[in-house]
Design a protein. Structure first.
Length: 213
């Protein structure tokens, strides 16, 4: 259920109202290879990360902020993100979230925020920025330990960004490591076809059945 709630920002102390989901009823739908889910609520979750309209602090819970977060919100770099008129508000929020996650040492949070920013660019049909954010997400994932990486998502990020040579080598390395063979093999087939379009997990399953993997 989509509701509204008031929050007091931990950075500037001012109150603002934000949309949030009190609960999410999972709706079955096609899941994209970059982990974007089917169902309206799941597909557009990137739109509902709260951002304080007064100081720009962005976090799932605005009432909590670390010392580092309070500092980064006041930097020129953060102000530049907020003032970027070329980007939609949802993308700006995710870039703010990425900046805060980075200063907190939350690399998984950085990767997720950039992926969500890329989705915002997809929906606004701004492919150059979608590509830029996918590559930043890939870099963040790459700095994680093997247990925290998501090889299929990483391969999809490279493919969707049109980095076919790098994507192909990544997939070959992943296959040698025994990572999620079906998903990686599907990505490799699309890479060899120079196909940078959005693909779903169902398409990967159909390819697996057709090719007998």
């Amino acid at each position: 259920m989509l509701c509204r709630r008031k929050m007091i920002c931990a950075v500037c102390g001012r109150e603002s109202e934000h949309r949030h989901f009190r609960s999410i009823t999972m709706v079955l739908g096609e899941e994209d290879m970059d982990d974007r889910r089917g169902g309206w609520a799941e597909r557009y979750m990137y739109c509902f990360t709260p951002r304080c309209p007064h100081c720009g602090y962005s976090a799932p819970d605005l009432s909590k902020a670390s010392y580092r977060a309070r500092i980064v919100v006041k930097t020129r770099a953060y102000a530049d993100i907020l003032s970027n008129k070329a980007l939609p508000e949802a993308a700006i929020t995710q870039l703010c979230t990425a900046a805060i996650a980075k200063i907190e040492g939350d690399t998984k949070g950085v990767a997720r925020a950039y992926v969500w920013a890329a989705w915002a660019m997809d929906d606004e049909k701004i492919p150059d920025k979608a590509t830029e954010f996918r590559m930043q997400a890939f870099e963040a994932f790459s700095s994680l330990g093997p247990a925290d990486q998501q090889p299929v998502v990483m391969a999809d990020l490279l493919r969707r960004a049109g980095q076919f040579d790098q994507a192909r080598q990544f997939c070959l390395n992943a296959l040698q490591d025994g990572c999620d063979l079906h998903g990686i093999r599907a990505e490799l087939a699309w890479i060899d076809a120079q196909d940078a379009s959005v693909k779903t997990a169902e398409q990967a399953r159909k390819m697996r059945r057709k090719r007998g993997w």
